[in-house]
Design a protein around this ligand. Structure first.
Ligand SMILES: *Cc1c(COP(=O)(O)O)cnc(C)c1O
Length: 434
């Protein structure tokens, strides 16, 4: 499989080069030259296949011979070593829980897959250069990346996060690992962190000294494996006889997750509709209405992992449908919800269904409900993208105190925070030049 840049001003590359580069030299996102089709035999027997078998079959055509079969099997088994349960909420609604990984967010899947691919490619290189992964985080990404790359040989990770603007649990996830993971606590907001990272990538003093790479969701190794858990949900629902008219509602920010689900559909998985549920950052629902793509300044919300006004992966969503908004709208709808509506939904899910959703999942629930109103035959699945304990300040005032912490989190709370304070770009540069 070859990958081309969506800006179309540079050469096609193999999977390994696309992963190592992250973004193409012409600043475009890499995109597979074709979406592989899986044979009818795969779809007919999917109930009998293990997670690992499904994952290998789906990922293999995207990776080609960039990773040998034995290693790819090991990588997917290692990456997917936790559960992806489909939990029934009401008659025709279930949630796909994506928070059973080490940092309790769906990003664990992509981050772990990317880390293992990069580790594999570095190991194959003759001269073993060290690579520095540099990321800015508003909370969730940093934890998943830190954990995914923890102790991967040849890779150092430097994470910038805005001081006082991530939850206590998220901060612990960023700052307590040690080893090859360093956290920089930035005196500023997320945009400041992101600006510092961008500047570092363009600073030749730094890039002459270190090979820098990013681990955000534009990397194909983070994006594509996210299609796998849609297939796990499909398998489960097919077993239960509920797979005829599935609607997936995906809480969306940069639109990498939903785009991966749509890739699974185009590979042959039957899905009636994808619903992109967003918060008050409404660029995409407005685009679907009017055809005008016009990002407004980002609005902070309680579902802050989706506070994105110019979603980087939306060009890929469009590309999957030949950049035709009408064609896209036959498989894709988008709805937005305010924080107030999100709180009401969390309360409703708690009181009527005895389930605690996090704010992102609650936005997904609302979008699903809206779509299902006019789709009586459909079976709806909203993705629970993070565990509610990661967003306690938003969740507890609505559903009450959560006293029991999951094991992954409880064990963190006693570990000591270690972070390097950074008040400006020079502090980051000083650290990277060391
Ligand atoms: C990152 C994130 C999202 C948004 O996912 P995208 O792939 O960027 O659309 C939603 N929910 C949670 C909890 C996240 O961490």
């Amino acid at each position: 499989m070859k990958y081309y840049s969506l800006n179309k001003n540079t050469n096609e590359v193999r999977f390994d080069e696309a992963v190592i580069r992250g973004i193409a030299p012409d600043k475009g996102l890499y995109f597979p030259e074709e979406i592989p089709q899986l044979p009818a035999s795969f779809w007919n027997t999917i109930e009998d296949l293990s997670k690992e078998e499904i994952a290998f079959t789906v990922m293999k055509p995207f990776i080609g011979d960039a990773i040998d079969d034995v290693s790819l099997k090991e990588i997917v088994a290692d990456v997917l070593s936790f559960d992806f349960p489909v939990v029934t909420i009401e008659d025709t609604i279930a949630t796909l829980e994506l928070f059973h990984g080490p940092t309790m967010a769906f990003k664990d899947v992509g981050a772990r897959f990317m880390a293992r691919c990069l580790g594999y490619f570095l190991d194959k290189q003759d001269q073993k250069d060290e690579v520095t992964v540099l990321v800015a985080t508003s909370g969730d990404t940093g934890g998943a990346v830190a954990r995914g790359f923890y102790k991967v040989p040849g890779i150092k990770v430097v994470i910038l996060y805005p001081s006082g603007k991530v939850s206590d649990i998220q901060e612990k996830q960023l700052t307590t690992l040690g080893e090859n993971i360093t956290a920089l606590e930035v005196d500023g907001n997320f945009d400041d962190c992101q600006a510092m990272v961008k500047k570092a990538f363009l600073d030749t003093d730094i890039t002459n000294k270190r090979q820098l790479t990013s681990a955000n969701s534009i990397n194909v190794a983070r994006w594509l494996p996210q299609s796998l858990y849609y297939l796990f949900a499909y398998k489960e629902l097919k077993k239960q006889g509920k797979a005829d008219n599935i609607v997936f509602s995906v809480p969306s920010g940069n639109f990498g997750n939903i785009c991966a689900g749509m890739v699974a559909h185009l590979m042959g998985m039957p899905v009636q509709q994808f619903v992109a549920s967003v918060n008050s950052n409404t660029t995409i629902p407005r685009f679907m209405q009017s055809g005008v793509y016009k990002p407004e300044p980002t609005i902070p919300t309680i579902s802050n992992a989706m506070d994105v006004s110019d979603p980087s992966n939306f060009v890929r969503v469009l590309q999957l449908f030949e950049n035709d908004r009408n064609l896209l709208s036959q498989k894709f709808s988008s709805y937005s919800y305010s924080d107030e509506e999100t709180r009401v939904a969390m309360k409703e899910i708690r009181e009527q269904h005895n389930y605690i959703a996090d704010p992102h999942g609650a936005v997904g629930y609302l979008g699903l409900k809206a779509y299902l109103k006019d789709a009586p035959k459909a079976y709806g699945v909203f993705l629970e993208t993070a565990h509610p304990v990661k967003f306690l300040p938003a969740v507890e005032p609505v559903v009450g105190k959560i006293t029991e912490l999951p094991e992954q989190i409880a064990s963190l709370m006693d570990s000591e925070k270690v972070a390097i304070p950074a008040s400006n770009y020079e502090d980051l540069k000083k650290y990277l030049m060391k």
